[in-house]
Design a protein around this ligand. Structure first.
Ligand SMILES: C[S@@+](CC[C@H](N)C(=O)[O-])C[C@H]1O[C@@H](n2cnc3c(N)ncnc32)[C@H](O)[C@@H]1O
Length: 278
């Protein structure tokens, strides 16, 4: 297919922008799909951290190097959680894949390598993805909370990972994904509960990590992006029309204490980042 033979694309902006920055000249002779306008790449700096500028304020977390390192580590952690796999859906030669809120784009790049005949699109508010990517991988600047640009029945697979604190309306997100998927296509959402728990009850309600988790949830709710309780995902997907919804809940240790080697490795990965950044 023509779209599978395109050269690598730098992240592109699909949406018209009403602000023109004279410093970058007029964009009159460039289409919105070929230029990244200044309002997208002039990132905001606040308290020493860098934030997205497209739809400024929509996402509360930074997009600077420290955060991109953390996201790449998250990619590794999720691979450990999923036994080395990028997804669980029983995909058979998918042709079109969308990764919502792709972050550094590592998932999209690795999945594009896995399925060379698929066209993999990663979309995000921040154009922070690498330019050197497989020819079948493309990145777009887009807001998944706005009207989707995709026609119905476009994708075989839609993936979203760690979108907590990014979504104001989960029912709408799942409805849009349902419409954009081909019949028989899959939506896969991976996320975390940011609260901490202990199997043996030694983590008490006044421990700092428990209090942090509760305050984080409270802050997200106040910002209009409440964390979805894990038990709500399945029901909301079914409400959107999805059938055969599979739910998988796993533990994600904070440290190297677990006896189980896989969990220990996972905890060590998380711990190494926390120690390097505190
Ligand atoms: C915690 S990161 C996760 C990145 C990636 N999915 C991963 O697992 O490594 C959340 C990402 O979602 C993006 N995001 C948040 N709100 C968004 C929106 N409304 N539209 C598009 N991307 C969004 C952020 O810019 C950020 O890159």
């Amino acid at each position: 297919m023509a779209e599978d033979t395109q050269p690598p694309l730098a992240p592109t902006l699909m949406e018209a922008d009403d602000q023109v920055d004279e410093g970058l000249g007029s964009d009159d002779d460039a289409s919105d799909t070929t230029s990244l306008k200044s309002s997208v790449i002039n990132f905001e700096i606040e308290n020493g951290r860098r934030y997205h500028s497209f739809r400024k304020g929509a996402y509360a977390f930074p997009n600077d190097d420290d955060e991109l390192d953390r996201m790449d580590l998250e990619n590794h952690i999720w691979l450990l959680l999923l036994g080395g796999n990028h997804y669980i859906a029983p995909l058979v030669e998918p042709l079109k894949i969308l990764d919502l809120g792709t972050g550094t784009g590592l998932w999209a790049i690795e999945v594009a390598d896995k399925f060379p005949s698929a066209h993999v699109i990663g979309s995000d508010l921040s154009p922070v993805q690498p330019q050197l990517v497989p020819p079948n991988c493309e990145f777009l600047v887009d807001d998944f909370e706005q009207e989707w640009m995709w026609q119905d029945n476009t994708f075989d697979f839609i993936h979203g990972r760690l979108l907590l604190a990014s979504v104001t309306d989960y029912p709408k997100l799942f409805q849009r994904a349902f419409a954009a998927l081909k019949p028989g296509g899959y939506l896969e959402i991976h996320d975390i509960d940011p609260e901490s728990y202990s199997d043996d009850g030694t983590l008490t309600s006044d421990s700092n990590s428990v209090v942090w988790g509760k305050l984080f949830k409270e802050g997200c709710a106040r910002a209009g992006r409440a964390i979805l309780p894990l038990e709500d995902y399945k029901r909301l997907m079914q409400d959107a029309g999805f059938t055969e919804v599979q739910e998988m809940i796993q533990k994600r240790p904070h440290n190297a204490w677990p006896k189980n080697k896989g969990l220990k490795r996972l905890g060590m990965a998380r711990n190494s980042w926390q120690e390097a950044n505190t």
